[in-house]
Each structure stands twice: as C-alpha cells, then as structure tokens.
Design a binder for this molecule. Structure first.
Ligand code: FES
Length: 121
C-alpha cells in the first residue's frame, strides 16, 4: 500500500552486525537488524522458543543466535533453524535514500492506532 511506510530513521543508527529495538504501543517490540554485509531485517523481538530478546543476540550471516539458549533464527523468515521449530513474525522493511522504513500496517498493532513514532498518513 502506498504511504504505508513508517520512517524509523537513518541506517547509520545501527552499526553492522547489530540491532536496535523499536517499542510499539499496544504491540510487541520490534528488533531491527543490520547484518555485517549491510542488509536490514525486522522481526518481533521475541524468540519463538521462550521469547528471548533477539536484539541482544549475535548476528552472523542472515541469522541471529538467541542470547538465552542459542537457537538460530533466520532474519529473513523468522524461522528457527536446524532441529528447532518455531517462527517469529517478520516486518517488511525497506531502505530508501539512507533511511529505514517499516511497513506501518505490520509494525503497528491493528487496534493500536499509532505507535510512538507514527504520524498520521
Ligand atoms: S528463548 Fe531463544 S533460544 Fe530459548
């Protein structure tokens, strides 16, 4: 949907191999990851195992290792890899002119109206 993108700031706010979190009023916190080769992904910041904070995990390739029990979660699909089973929701993300955008309808809880950084479209 055109106009459905939420500007969450410049790419430079996240160093390669790191993540930042975005609180969502009325919804689950989002983790935004930057891989070492400068790709960006957004997932709900809760491991599919026991809701560990994925934003504090180790990023390698397109995978984050959960800090609690070392499950590996695909940043692309949100799915647990290997023997482990589970999936965390992903949020569509795009980078345009050095800024990161999240798909508003996916980032903001449907009943929530607007998040802290949301502005009326
Ligand atoms: S909570 Fe993530 S591996 Fe257990």
């Amino acid at each position: 949907m055109i106009g459905d993108w939420l500007d969450i700031g410049p790419v430079g706010q996240i160093p390669p191999g790191n993540a930042r979190t975005l609180p969502v009023r009325g919804g689950e916190e989002i983790a935004i990851f930057r891989t070492l080769d400068n790709r960006f992904y957004a997932l709900v910041n809760a491991c599919p195992h026991k809701s560990g904070p994925l934003s504090q995990g180790i990023v390698h390739g397109n995978v984050v290792t959960c800090p609690l029990h070392n499950w590996n979660i695909s940043l692309k699909t949100g799915e647990a890899l290997g023997e482990d089973k589970g999936c965390v929701p992903t949020i569509p993300l795009k980078v345009d002119a050095g800024r990161i955008y999240l798909q508003r309808s996916a980032a903001i809880a449907p009943r929530g109206g607007s998040g802290p950084e949301a502005k009326a479209a």
